[in-house]
Structure formats: C-alpha cells, structure tokens
Design a protein around this ligand. Structure first.
Ligand code: DX5
Ligand code: ZN
Length: 222
C-alpha cells in the first residue's frame, strides 16, 4: 500500500508576528497540510489559540488545515472549528465519553474525523474507531509543548497500528527532527507533524524542503 507521505508543519512555535510570511514559507517548502495545535490549559498544561486564529490562518494559506484539539469538552468546539475552515478535526480519545458520537458529528459538519491518543494510552482504546476515522494521530510526546523529545516506545504503537491497518493514515506528532523522521517513517507513520525543527530554524522554507525530501526520497542525505 502506497500511502501519501506528508509534512504537516505545526505553527505552535512560529513567530505569530510574521505568521503570513511563515505560512508562505512552508507552502513553498512543500508542506501539504498545516497542523494547528489547539490547547486549553485544562486537558494540557498550556494555552495556544482558538477558532478565530484558525479562521485567519485559513485565509492566509491554500493548504488544508489539520486542527488538533487538545481540549476538554471538544463537543462544544467542533462546530466552531468546522466553521473556521478545518479540513481534519482531530480529537483526543481521552477527552470525550462519546468518541463514536463525536467522530460522526465531525463528519456531519463536513470535516474529516481523526482521533489522537497520548503516549500512555493504548491503541486498543481506539480499535472501534478505526473504521470511522481517516487518520489516527499517535502522540510521540506528552501533549502541551513544542520542542520536546520523542518518546521511543510510541514508535512501537505505530508499528502495531500499521500492521493492523495498512491503509490508515497514521500521523506522528512531537519531537520529529531531520535525524529521526526516517525512523518514524519506517515504523509506519505517513503524516509527520514538525514544529520547532522548522520554525526555530533560520530558514523555515529550506528546512521544510529538507523534511519533504527526506520522506519522499528516504535515501536522501541532509
Ligand atoms: C504538542 C503538539 C505538537 C508539537 C510539535 O502538544 O501537539 O504539535 O507542538 O512540535 P515539535 O515538533 O517541536 O515537537
Ligand atoms: Zn499537534
């Protein structure tokens, strides 16, 4: 099965004073999805931004938006993110008692439902959602902050999931760098969220391009 290999930059650690410029840079650098980290200071110990900023980002890019909701009570917010122009809406399995209902609701709103799990949450917890979602996000760090180190055992979860579902889009999020992205790809991930490695580099466009080359041509050198 040949799944599309995609770089999804997370703007969490981008300089928001230059957001328009940053969006252009990653678009020109070959990114195919923009990952928006939505944090509420409750499910995760950090606060980022909400649907209004997502809507502005939508206006500043032609790339689809991937909204990763790290928030409690996601039921109350999916409609706002759908209205803001989300393509994917990804919710954490840990945040709702009614995962099945919420994934279908996202679909009804015209978005693509996706589900995420924290490093310590077993993949068994989303087994029954695998036929509903079109993407699973395996967190490779504890959610809340950019710039953390990838937790190695999360790659085993990806391998396991890939064996179960060869056709599933598996996204990895957290601690992805130029020197470990191929390991994540070998484990079976095909959508790669990259935050600080792109936006804290001196040239986000060139760095994004390097990530794209790495995944499209796995034998390429830095
Ligand atoms: C963590 C977020 C990630 C993260 C990615 O809670 O979901 O998207 O910011 O950033 P890096 O690549 O810096 O780990
Ligand atoms: Zn994320």
């Amino acid at each position: 099965m040949n799944l599309t290999q995609i770089i999804a930059p997370s703007v969490l650690n981008a300089n928001f004073l230059e957001l328009g410029k940053n969006l252009q840079a990653i678009e020109q650098g070959g990114a195919e999805l923009i990952h928006l980290d939505i944090m509420d200071g409750h499910f995760v110990p950090n606060i980022s931004f909400g649907p209004t900023i997502a809507q502005n980002i939508k206006k500043g890019t032609s790339l689809p938006l991937d909204c990763h909701l790290m928030i409690s009570n996601p039921e109350n917010y999916v409609e706002a993110f759908a209205k803001a122009g989300a393509h994917y809406i990804c919710i954490h399995a840990e945040t709702t008692n009614h995962l099945d209902r919420l994934l279908h609701r996202i679909e009804e709103l015209g978005c693509i439902p996706a589900v995420s799990i924290n490093p310590a949450t077993p993949i068994e917890s989303i087994r029954h959602s695998l036929d509903i979602v079109q993407m699973v996000l395996i967190m490779s760090v504890n959610p809340g902050f950019g710039g953390q180190k990838l937790i190695p055992y999360t790659l085993d979860k990806i391998k396991n999931l890939r064996d179960q579902k060869p056709e599933l889009n598996i996204q990895i999020d957290g601690g992805i760098k130029l020197d470990n992205i191929q390991e994540a790809q070998n484990a079976g991930a095909n959508i790669f969220v990259v935050g600080s490695a792109i936006f804290e580099s001196p040239d986000p466009q060139a760095t994004c391009q390097k990530f794209v080359e790495k995944i499209k041509n796995p034998s390429s050198i830095d």
